[in-house]
Design a protein around this ligand. Structure first.
Ligand SMILES: Nc1nc2c(ncn2[C@@H]2O[C@H](COP(=O)(O)OP(=O)(O)O)[C@@H](O)[C@H]2O)c(=O)[nH]1
Ligand SMILES: [Mg+2]
Length: 313
């Protein structure tokens, strides 16, 4: 990656952004110096994760938030992460159609990312993309993710604040707790509040959050919205700003950011060691051991040991 590309990113050139994101997404190697430069540029963008079940209204909500942010003089990057989609770039067509009125707006950049079947990698790549968007000068980066268990948790680690979107049909509190949503949420939204049961869900959510928020953590506020009718979204936006201020004051934000930094180092090391280890030769050697399985009594531990020993040669 050259200085020219970096200059173009810095000057908010969306075509350069697209190109580098494609490189990150497809796992093409990008130099450490490039990320070093990007890091120095990607200072204080606010990163918000919006997660929840498919169809809950995350994209509709993100769309409304973009509008409010633009009116507030802010620029926005959106990374729509769909771990269930093997497609890239053009994935989540519905989202694109819904948000394409920003196509020629320099203050909004929207991009979808699929998983290629590599969930952990996706979260890591999404963070690099977030840095890139921040380096282009975006004030707020929104990560939209379909809630499919681990995906939510990975993305929660990548952001400053996680907004969990539910709908009246989302189920009872026991299911929510089982899904681990309470641990990762900073803010809850009950969307589709035009439907029956929204008030009840919000009430019971508030009750559980009050009971189960751990000591030293902030109790997540709950908002009701009807995103497609633009109802409650302005209140949610104000709630995000207020909660962020509280998170700053209480040191929660700082702790989260340090944890994120630490995690990224762990993940980078892990990725690099694994990539270094699994040479074609090693893969062949393993395949050979597996094919000979019926002929030998070798345990997987033994095979692993012999592969690991070989790696010191
Ligand atoms: N009734 C109702 N429908 C909504 C609301 N918000 C979004 N929708 C609709 O729900 C569907 C899924 O929305 P989408 O934003 O794509 O959900 P996502 O999968 O979570 O991103 C779309 O048809 C929206 O128009 C709402 O507040 N009330
Ligand atoms: Mg969506």
């Amino acid at each position: 990656m050259d200085q020219h590309t970096l200059d173009r990113i810095r000057s908010n050139d969306h075509r350069a952004l697209s190109r580098v994101i494609t490189q990150i997404e497809s796992g093409q190697p990008i130099s450490d110096t490039f990320f070093k430069e990007v890091h120095t540029l990607s200072h204080d963008a606010l990163r918000i994760g919006i997660t929840g079940p498919p169809g809950a209204g995350k994209s509709t909500l993100a769309d409304q938030l973009i509008q409010i942010l633009l009116n507030d003089g802010k620029s926005v990057g959106v990374v729509a992460v769909d771990p269930t989609s093997p497609f890239t770039g053009g994935a989540l067509l519905g989202d694109r159609v819904r948000m394409n009125h920003y196509l020629f707006n320099d203050n909004v950049f929207i991009r979808s990312m699929g998983s290629h079947g590599d969930l952990g990698g996706l979260a890591r790549k999404a963070q690099d993309v977030g840095d890139l968007l921040a380096a282009s000068g975006k004030d707020v980066i929104i990560f939209e993710t379909v809630g499919v268990g681990q995906g939510e948790h990975d993305v929660a680690k990548a952001v400053d604040m996680t907004v969990v979107v539910l709908v009246p049909e989302s189920g009872d509190e026991i299911q929510l707790m089982k899904a681990g949503l309470i641990e990762i949420s900073d803010i809850f939204v009950v969307n589709k509040s035009d439907r029956d049961g929204a008030g009840r869900l919000a009430q019971s959510l508030k009750a559980i959050l009050h009971t189960f928020t751990q000591k030293g953590k902030l109790e997540p506020p709950v908002f009701n919205t009807s995103a497609d009718r633009k109802e409650g979204v302005a209140d949610l936006y104000q709630g995000i700003i207020d909660h962020l201020a509280l998170m700053k004051d209480e040191g929660v934000l700082k702790a989260k950011q340090l944890e994120r930094y630490r995690n990224r180092i762990f993940n980078l090391i892990q990725d690099r060691l694994l990539r270094k280890f699994w040479t074609q030769e090693k893969l062949d050697q393993m395949e050979l051991s597996i094919q000979n399985l019926e002929l030998t009594n070798t345990s997987p531990h033994e095979v692993a040991n012999s592969l690991l020993k070989g790696s010191h040669d």
